[in-house]
Design a protein around this ligand. Structure first.
Ligand SMILES: [Zn+2]
Length: 396
């Protein structure tokens, strides 16, 4: 399963007494790894998908570097800081700590960090760049050809602070299946950054999510593609969908279809390229814009006689296939898979003739190679047409 669990600590949403009772338990160490091809062997254990650090305290971290790692300490320090920064920015930009459905007293997810001069036992997170020890060897033996792995060693339920380490292989330390090629290659653009970003993503509570830096196959993808995607979190999909943000995109990718869609809702031919913005919070609103002006269309969540969405209308040709979630007439999430941060909302909108059209709003569904964080489609005489395909250009 490639579903995500972003930063949730279920224990913290329980009544305080439960947390107190549970506080004397110690967490067995858990780990995740990246391998090549048949390797990897990720079998996340309970607790592996919870963030290691909650609250606001800076995470003390240190690193150890082997002489054969293949990158200098100054390169490493730059990459670690940049990866932390990317995650911190992402958490802020996507309002990760502001999900309305969450408990208001839930601790904030934390990417604050401070580098220790050396590993002296006070660190909570250690990066091992190619170094070896009996502990690392024992952990490595659990996987086939790991490029990197994370080991969460403890988590203090009272403070919300855990501890553990990230291990990353030496330059050329992994032999690729069958090809005789060795990797990783830290001379390749973005390769080290991508690995640190990915492993930190596990530290921040993420599992593997296709189409993002958390993709399970990201390390093999790095063999042939060191694009800019390797320096950011989202790529073909969003790791975290911000419901409070608005999203801008084009009105269909096809010029003729875009004209049809635009005219359907505004009654006018678009002047120039039409764009659309969808706002999910506080109200569901769609704005269509061309160079002549902006038309705002209020969307209403669709109703059925039972007060819920007619799920029989759902037809998703999405990969990975999972049970899509949806909202009911009250705007509540229903049928939402537990760790799923994607969804489908059904809405109705009036076109310029006053005719009611059904819309689907798909969040973050990856459909093969053509996928967008938000797709809005409308049903016109039974045919599903693109209205908005939006890569995230988000606004608060
Ligand atoms: Zn991983």
């Amino acid at each position: 399963m490639n579903l995500m669990m972003f930063f949730k600590c279920k224990l913290f949403t329980q009544p305080k007494t439960l947390c107190l009772l549970a506080a004397s338990l110690t967490l067995a160490s858990v780990s995740m790894a990246e391998g090549n091809g048949r390797g990897g062997g990720d079998n996340p254990t309970i607790g592996a998908h919870d963030a290691w650090f909650l609250g606001t305290e800076s995470i003390p971290y240190c690193y150890e570097l082997s002489g054969t790692f293949g990158a200098t300490s100054s390169q490493i320090e730059t990459e670690i800081e940049a990866a932390f920064q990317t995650w911190g920015d992402y958490i802020e930009e996507k309002h990760v700590n502001a999900r309305p459905s969450d408990h208001s007293d839930r601790p904030l997810i934390n990417a604050h960090h401070r580098k220790l001069a050396k590993c002296d036992g006070s660190e909570k997170l250690t990066f091992y760049f190619g170094t070896d020890s009996a502990e690392i060897q024992a952990e490595k033996a659990k996987y086939m050809n790991p490029v990197a792995f994370v080991v969460k060693k403890s988590f203090d339920l009272m403070t919300g602070i855990g501890s553990g380490y990230i291990w990353i292989a030496n330059q050329g330390g992994v032999l690729s299946d069958g090809t005789g090629i060795t990797y990783p290659d830290w001379n390749k653009t973005n390769e080290l950054r991508a690995v640190i970003l990915h492993e930190l993503g596990h530290v921040f509570g993420n599992g593997h999510v296709p189409g993002t830096i958390m993709a399970e196959d990201f390390s093999s993808r790095l063999q042939y593609d060191q694009g800019v995607w390797a320096k950011r979190i989202d790529d073909k999909a969003e790791l975290y969908s911000c419901e409070e943000c608005s999203v801008t995109g084009v009105v269909s990718l096809d010029t003729e279809k875009a004209k049809v869609a635009f005219k359907r809702f505004t009654g006018k031919e678009p002047v120039g390229t039409p764009h659309a913005t969808i706002t999910l919070q506080p109200t569901l609103t769609l704005s269509l814009t061309d160079t002549a002006g902006t038309y705002t269309i209020a969307l209403t969540l669709a109703k059925t006689p039972s007060g819920e969405i007619d799920v029989s209308q759902i037809s998703l040709d999405a990969e990975p296939v999972f049970s899509a979630s949806m909202k009911n007439a009250k705007g509540e999430w229903i049928g939402r898979a537990r760790h799923l941060d994607a969804g489908v909302a059904y809405a109705t909108a009036k076109d310029h003739d006053g005719k009611s059209l059904t819309l689907t709003i798909d969040f973050n569904l990856t459909s093969n190679e053509v996928s967008f964080p938000i797709q809005v489609k409308y049903f016109d005489q039974g045919t599903r047409r693109d209205l908005l395909l939006a890569r995230p250009s988000r606004h608060k």
